[in-house]
Ligand binder design. Structure first.
Ligand code: HEM
Length: 192
């Protein structure tokens, strides 16, 4: 396999996914060992809030807000969605009570994997666009302006646009399932 493809794309993807799996298993194991399983029950709440908070990048992208650097917000999205998913996975643990929460968990897992694939694609398209930029030698623009232009060009490149057509429906399925799970928890709160 091409060396740089492995080092720059496949390796980070594998590390981020492997860390997520390892941290989930370790977290679940520790909570059970320390008799703190109840913490896992509540981890679903901060996890969900982190995932919702991570979507601030989408608001920035669609210009609902204009403050903050989009690149920084995307990094924030990647980090908080990853951490939030970890909390939700520990929350899901190895307990099986109902089918809906598990469907939501599977959808979230697919969402995370798809997010990681998007990260690879974005990095590739960023390099591609960067190459073109250097070729055209954008003069007169400040470094920050050039960086932002490159960022937006990379985000809108064809491969990214096609990827988003898969990623966003996956996200919607996940959001609907998670909402169903959350509503059913509130409906039955304290009944058992
Ligand atoms: C539960 C987990 C996640 C959810 C719900 C989620 C949701 C989303 C959504 C809705 C978008 C579309 C943004 C837009 O076009 O407005 C998006 C884009 C993106 N996500 Fe995630 N994501 C998750 C996890 C991740 C992870 C773990 C990563 C990488 C570490 C990631 C990387 C990306 C990237 C690179 C984009 C593309 C940015 C763009 O299209 O402008 N996501 N995500």
């Amino acid at each position: 396999m091409n060396n740089s493809l492995w080092r720059e794309h496949v390796l980070p993807f594998t590390v981020l996914l492997g860390l997520l799996a390892a941290a989930t298993l370790a977290g679940d194991y520790l909570l059970h060992r320390m008799d703190l399983v109840w913490i896992g029950r509540y981890l679903g709440i901060p996890g969900t809030l982190l995932i919702i908070g991570s979507l601030i990048y989408s608001a920035r992208k669609r210009k609902y807000i204009t403050a903050s650097n989009p690149k920084t917000l995307l990094r924030f999205h990647e980090f908080t969605a990853w951490l939030g998913s970890l909390m939700v996975l520990i929350h899901a643990g190895i307990h099986f009570n109902a089918i809906l929460p598990w469907l939501a968990t599977v959808a979230m897992g697919i969402n995370v994997i798809s997010g990681l694939v998007g990260k690879i694609l974005l990095e590739r398209s960023r390099r591609h666009v960067q190459g073109e930029r250097e070729h055209y030698q954008l003069r007169g623009m400040s470094r920050i302006e050039v960086e932002q232009a490159v960022f937006w060009d990379a985000v809108s490149l064809d491969a990214m646009t096609r990827w988003r057509k898969v990623h966003i429906p996956i996200f919607i399925v996940f959001a609907v399932l998670a909402l169903g799970h959350i509503i059913s928890i509130f409906l039955f709160w304290g009944w058992r």
